[in-house]
Write a protein that binds this ligand. Structure first.
Ligand SMILES: [Zn+2]
Length: 323
């Protein structure tokens, strides 16, 4: 489907397909910071006045989102290098597939026979790096992902977090790469994943970072949460995911390696909201004044100077000819 047609239908039905949500901290107090995503799809984004979490509100309903992922149109929309004629809908998505393995390997210490699960496995390329050290399991909504997994010998269940139970296993490694920002029932989904862990399970989570990149390019209608380092670690810690390591992935993303444990009190209230608002105001100032003004200013100068230059050259040429 063409983006223009999709946008028109999507925006018309936005209200119907979305629902109001409180912040993960429980607060209903927030401030709107964006209204559209990077494709001008309606996507109202707020920042919580209590904990500073940036999230979409209203949020797309679960039924709508699941259909969206299952249709595979989602990847066609967000994969810049993809044209309708391309057969591989996961084109280039596997380019940074070694992140999870590279960051986790120092924790694995020659271990083998591990059960490795990826939730939202997409292209399944992340998992393949773990092939030597264990058995591979994947869940994803996508039909294409299912076909790929079957060809690669990965045990696959189609669906979201709720499909993990069908493996009847506890996993040694769980990978969630660019997945939890899509969660529609964040607290339930994280609690559900915890059921399939033991005390030594390592959970690798990678998400976009609003600290490293705060601009319109980050905004996509399928993203419900936009984490900074503070809100990422705070909200996972509240749910009992204790961070062993946090860092930058692929230059613009952040990752964390977590273990299940007792949450430690981290206080980010109020100060995170104020910090985000400062970043947001700076972004708007830069966007409108430095970028847009500069753009139009240069356009006008070009027109004026361009005109003058043309007449100057014309005069010079006629003088030379008349000599
Ligand atoms: Zn909050």
């Amino acid at each position: 489907m063409d983006l223009e047609i999709y946008r028109e239908i999507y925006n018309k039905n936005y209200k119907l397909n979305s629902e109001k949500k409180n912040c993960l901290c429980g607060s209903s107090l927030n401030k709107t910071i964006f209204k559209y995503d990077r494709y001008l799809l309606k996507h109202k984004i707020v920042v919580c006045k209590n904990c500073g979490l940036i999230f979409s509100n209203p949020m797309l309903k679960k039924s709508f989102i699941e259909n969206f992922y299952q249709s595979d149109f989602y990847r066609k929309l967000y994969n810049h290098n993809l044209k309708d004629s391309y057969k591989n809908i996961f084109s280039h998505e596997g380019d940074n597939s070694d992140n999870s393995y590279n960051f986790l390997k120092k924790f694995l210490l020659q271990k083998s026979k591990l059960n490795v699960l990826e939730i939202g496995s997409g292209h399944n390329a992340n998992l393949l790096h773990f092939k030597k050290i264990g058995s591979l399991f994947a869940v994803d909504y996508s039909n294409e992902s299912k076909k790929l997994a079957n060809n690669l010998g990965i045990k696959f269940e189609q669906g979201g977090v709720s499909a993990v139970k069908n493996f009847f296993l506890k996993f040694d490694i769980i990978i969630l790469s660019h997945v939890i920002e899509h969660f529609q029932e964040f607290i339930n989904d994280i609690n559900e994943i915890k059921k399939y862990t033991h005390q030594n399970t390592l959970i690798y989570i990678e998400v976009p970072s609003m600290d490293l990149k705060y601009n319109l390019d980050q905004l996509q209608n399928a993203h419900n949460f936009y984490f900074t380092k503070n809100t990422f670690l705070y909200h996972l810690n509240r749910l009992g995911l204790i961070c062993l390591e946090h860092g930058t992935a692929s230059g613009i993303h952040q990752y964390g390696i977590f273990k299940i444990g007792k949450s430690i009190e981290i206080n980010i209230n109020n100060s995170e909201y104020e910090r985000i608002m400062k970043i947001h105001k700076k972004f708007f100032f830069d966007f409108y004044w430095k970028y847009l003004l500069n753009f139009y200013f240069r356009m006008i100068i070009k027109k004026l100077v361009g005109r003058k230059l043309t007449s100057l050259i014309k005069n010079l040429m006629s003088k030379i000819r008349n000599k």
